[in-house]
Write a protein that binds this ligand. Structure first.
Ligand code: SAM
Length: 285
C-alpha cells in the first residue's frame, strides 16, 4: 500500500489520475446506483477502490483501464473475482473500445470516476450507446452542471439538451479536491443520468452546436448564421417564441420543435426527410 505522497508521485497527469481515497464518497456512489442486477461498466478503475465496492455490492463489473502499470496491479489485486468471472478487466483505451457501438453487448450501467481530460467525450459516447441504461460518474463540477442544468439556468447548454432528450440528469453531490490523491485543481461532482433512450441523430447535435454557438447572443442570431433569416423568423412566430430569446432560455422540447420545422423546410417539397431528433418523444413545454 502506497502512502499518499508516493501515490501523488506515481499518479500520471497524462491519464488524468486523481484517486478517490475518501471511503464515504465511494459509499455514497454505491448508494446512488440503480437498484437492479444489471452489470456495471467502470472506466478507469485506477487502484480499484471503487471496483472493490462495486464487486462487494454483488455487481458483475467490466473495467477498462488504459495505464499498463495499473492493469498489472489490478490483475494481482482482483485475481479471485477475475478467475470467477465477476470482473472482466480490459487493458486499453475505453474510447477505442467505444469505436464499436457499445462497451458491452447487453444492458449495463456506467459507474466511474472518469478521467477529466476526456470526461465530456466519454459521457457523449455513453449517451449514444444503446446498451448503456444509466450513467453515474464523478466528473469536474462544471461538466456535471453543463449536462444537468435546467432551461433558464446559466449553465443550460447543448449538452443539457442532449442529456434531457434521452434521460434525466441530476447533479447528485459535490466532492472537494481533498477527497482525492493527488487533489485535482477543480471541484468535482457526481452526475447521474438515467436514460430512457439513446442519441441517434448527428444532424440534431450539429443543429444544437449552431444554436449554442454564441451562448449569450440571441438564439435567432445564432441560427440565422446557418439558416435563412426569414425561415427562422417564421418558425419563431409559429412557435410563439420571443425574437430575443437566448439559447439557455429555450426548453428542450422547443429545440426539438425548431429542428423539426427546419428539417421540413430543407426538402424541395417541404415534406419531412428527417429522423426524429432522438428516439425519445419530446417532453411537453
Ligand atoms: N477509479 C479510480 C478512483 O476512483 O480512484 C481512478 C480514477 S482516475 C480520475 C481516472 C482513471 O482513468 C485512471 O486510472 C486512468 O488511468 C484511467 N484512464 C484515463 N484515460 C483512460 C482511457 N482513455 N481509457 C480507460 N481508462 C482511462
Amino acid at each position: 500500500m502506497k502512502s499518499d505522497k508516493e501515490l501523488a508521485t506515481f499518479a500520471s497527469k497524462r491519464y488524468g489520475q486523481n484517486f478517490l481515497k475518501n471511503q464515504s464518497y465511494i459509499t455514497q456512489i454505491i448508494q446512488a446506483m440503480p437498484k437492479d442486477t444489471l452489470p456495471v461498466v467502470e472506466i478507469g478503475p485506477g487502484l480499484g477502490d471503487l471496483t472493490k465496492a462495486l464487486l462487494r455490492s454483488a455487481k458483475d463489473v467490466t473495467a477498462f483501464e488504459v495505464d499498463r502499470r495499473l492493469c498489472e496491479h489490478l490483475t494481482e489485486t482482483f485475481e479471485e473475482p477475475i478467475r470467477q468471472g465477476n470482473l472482466i478487466l480490459k487493458c486499453g483505451d475505453a474510447l477505442e473500445h467505444w469505436e464499436q457501438e457499445s462497451l458491452l453487448d447487453e444492458p449495463y450501467h456506467l459507474v466511474a470516476n472518469l478521467p477529466y481530460y476526456i470526461a465530456t467525450n466519454l459521457l457523449l459516447k455513453a449517451l449514444h450507446d444503446p446498451w448503456c441504461q444509466s450513467i453515474l460518474t464523478m466528473v469536474q463540477k462544471e461538466v456535471a452542471l453543463k449536462f444537468s442544468a435546467q432551461p433558464k439556468e446559466r449553465d443550460f447548454s447543448a449538452l443539457s439538451v442532449l442529456a434531457d432528450s434521452v434521460g434525466e440528469a441530476t447533479l447528485c453531490f459535490e466532492v472537494e479536491p481533498e477527497a482525492f490523491v493527488p487533489p485535482p485543481k477543480v471541484t468535482s461532482a457526481v452526475l447521474s443520468i438515467v436514460k430512457f433512450s439513446s442519441l441517434d441523430n448527428r444532424r440534431f447535435e450539429d443543429f444544437l452546436k449552431i444554436a449554442f454557438s454564441q451562448p449569450r447572443k440571441k438564439l435567432s442570431k445564432n441560427l440565422s448564421g446557418q439558416y435563412p433569416k426569414e425561415e427562422i423568423a417564421k418558425i419563431f412566430t409559429n412557435l410563439g417564441l420571443r425574437e430575443n430569446i437566448r439559447p439557455h432560455e429555450a426548453a428542450t422540447s422547443l429545440y426539438h420543435q425548431i429542428y423539426t420545422a427546419l428539417e421540413q423546410k430543407d426538402t424541395p417539397d417541404g415534406k419531412s426527410r428527417q429522423q426524429p431528433a432522438t428516439q425519445a418523444k419530446p417532453k411537453p413545454l
